[in-house]
Design a protein. Structure first.
Length: 216
């Protein structure tokens, strides 16, 4: 009887051994794939981004340092993206150093005249903002935080400013189609600031670059 028990024990051990060797748990691989990309956005710049103030008579230029206000021009810009995103904008004055304004962060130069004379300056106002066809607030800031408003000047990005579309204080507004009116307000400097009178045809040559940044 003892031998039979021993034999049974050996047989059981053998069966367990075989089961362990040939019954490994099945495995399967789970994969997670995709692509991380950035939205593609197209800017619809009205009239190729040109604000034409036309021919200006030199008789409009005032003597001394008095400035002359010219008619403002408003154009609606539309930025369309292929996926939902936030949108902010920074500006760079391509005529930096030619603004006749002596203070402020939202003035852009109109070019030079009479050597080191300055033709004047212009400002840009953002208003009537929309995201996906619905009204949106705007903001400007040099900090991570901001306060929303219905309109904002386009302040100079070289001084750390950025503007954008927002739904509430400190909350950017997401969407695919962003729009806003950009109103240019030009001013001519006086003869002293221009280093003398205008004696020949001179081109008004204001230019800025708007760098749009997007991403969720």
């Amino acid at each position: 009887m003892k031998n039979q028990l021993t034999g049974l024990t050996l047989l059981t051990s053998l069966i367990v051994g075989i089961t362990t060797a040939h019954a490994a748990p099945p495995t399967a691989e789970l994969k997670v794939k995709g692509k991380i990309g950035v939205p593609t956005c197209n800017i619809n710049a009205p009239d190729s981004g040109v604000y034409d103030i036309g021919n200006i008579s030199s008789t409009k230029i005032q003597s001394g340092t008095a400035r002359t206000t010219l008619p403002e021009i408003t154009k609606n810009w539309v930025i369309s993206c292929d996926s939902v995103t936030f949108l902010t904008v920074k500006s760079i004055d391509n005529r930096l150093g030619s603004s006749s304004a002596t203070s402020g962060s939202g003035h852009y130069g109109l070019g030079m005249i009479n050597g080191t004379g300055k033709i004047g300056y212009y400002t840009v106002l953002m208003s009537n903002a929309q995201v996906d066809g619905s009204p949106s607030s705007l903001f400007y800031t040099t900090e991570p935080t901001f306060i929303v408003r219905s309109e904002t000047a386009l302040y100079n990005g070289e001084k750390g400013y950025r503007q954008g579309w927002a739904s509430a204080d400190n909350i950017l507004k997401a969407g695919k189609v962003f729009s806003a009116d950009f109103t240019v307000k030009p001013f001519l400097a006086g003869t002293d600031t221009m280093n003398g009178p205008v004696t020949e045809e001179t081109k008004v040559d204001g230019s800025l670059t708007m760098n749009f940044a997007f991403g969720i």
